[in-house]
Design a protein around this ligand. Structure first.
Ligand code: SAM
Length: 284
């Protein structure tokens, strides 16, 4: 990396460790050392990171409350040929962290925006969860209040992809109670806490058992965590609301056998399943 050279007038989006400083990349160190300015959420927090790597670059605050005001200033600096790196307090900027507005603004204005990848708590957690990772959905932070949390969870009840949430461990018992209530106690849940740090814990169990485990060990309610929930089981030949609507429309015009055959063809379902539904519609 000694011959690595940053480009003038470029905005670098730099990932930093989520706990273990050993996870910083060589390229992140090189970029943070060579840019003119490091834009960051909390200058004091980032100063500690920079000092740990003897980086003397000056910092500029860029957080949720001043991001839109800063975007023009950042664009002006880039136009003058300055290079800027964006970091957040931990992990990948923009992932439940500031930066989206400024990145969008700069891309619209055709400034070069370059990623310097590294740690991200959601991806780190998924990689050791043991839950399916071929398809997952990152849902950001769960709401802190139970009512809103239950409503968010009920919207994903039928979601078959693995669900990934950020949440505070101090709320873990209440959150898992809501999971039991809305998604059922049998759902597999994985709690990944304090990743890459001394008390790193990855615990996987049914929601019901996880609740008991958490209640028995107050230490599990400290630090930071990612909560992952197994997706809903795909019921073979389950009939979607769209398929049901198609069937109803066809039944108004055609004999049941024909209507079911066409609906089955359109939605890739078994004729028998649709025929049973057609019979139950007739009965109701
Ligand atoms: N941008 C970050 C990233 O790439 O992961 C996330 C920032 S978000 C404000 C902070 C949340 O990420 C925490 O509340 C927690 O849910 C999760 N998180 C961050 N570091 C973590 C760690 N070491 N272990 C578990 N979860 C972590």
């Amino acid at each position: 990396m000694s011959d690595f050279q940053i480009n003038a007038g470029t905005f670098y989006v730099v990932s930093t460790p989520i706990g273990n400083l050993g996870d910083i990349t060589e390229r992140a160190i090189a970029v943070l050392s060579q840019v003119d300015i490091v834009a960051c959420e909390d200058t004091r927090h980032t100063q500690k990171l920079l000092s740990a790597f003897s980086i003397k670059t000056k910092t500029l605050s860029l957080h949720d409350h001043n991001e839109r005001q800063r975007q023009e200033q950042v664009a002006d600096l880039l136009s003058q040929g300055k290079s800027i790196a964006l970091v957040s307090d931990a992990g990948t900027p923009l992932i439940s962290d500031p930066g989206f507005h400024v990145v969008r603004y700069l891309r619209e204005k055709d400034f070069p925006v370059v990623p310097v990848p590294g740690a991200c708590a959601a991806i780190t957690a998924l990689s050791v969860s043991g839950l399916p990772t071929d398809r997952f959905t990152f849902e950001g932070f769960l709401p802190p209040k139970s009512g809103q949390r239950q409503s968010v969870l009920s919207q994903v009840k039928a979601e078959t992809r693995t669900l990934v949430y950020y949440d505070a461990p101090r709320r873990a018992i209440d959150t898992v109670k809501d999971i039991v209530e809305v998604l059922g106690g049998e759902r597999q849940v994985v709690m990944a806490r304090e990743l890459t740090k001394t008390f790193e814990t990855v615990h996987s169990d049914t929601a019901e058992n996880l609740l008991n485990w958490l209640s028995d060990d107050p230490n599990q309610l400290k630090g930071e965590m990612v909560l992952m929930i197994e997706g809903a089981k795909l019921v073979e030949n389950s009939i979607s609301p769209e398929a049901e609507k198609t069937l109803k429309l066809l039944l108004d015009e055609l004999p049941p056998k024909k209507a079911c055959a066409i609906a089955a063809e359109i939605h890739g379902l078994k004729k028998k399943a649709l025929y049973d539904l057609a019979l139950s519609m007739k009965d109701s």
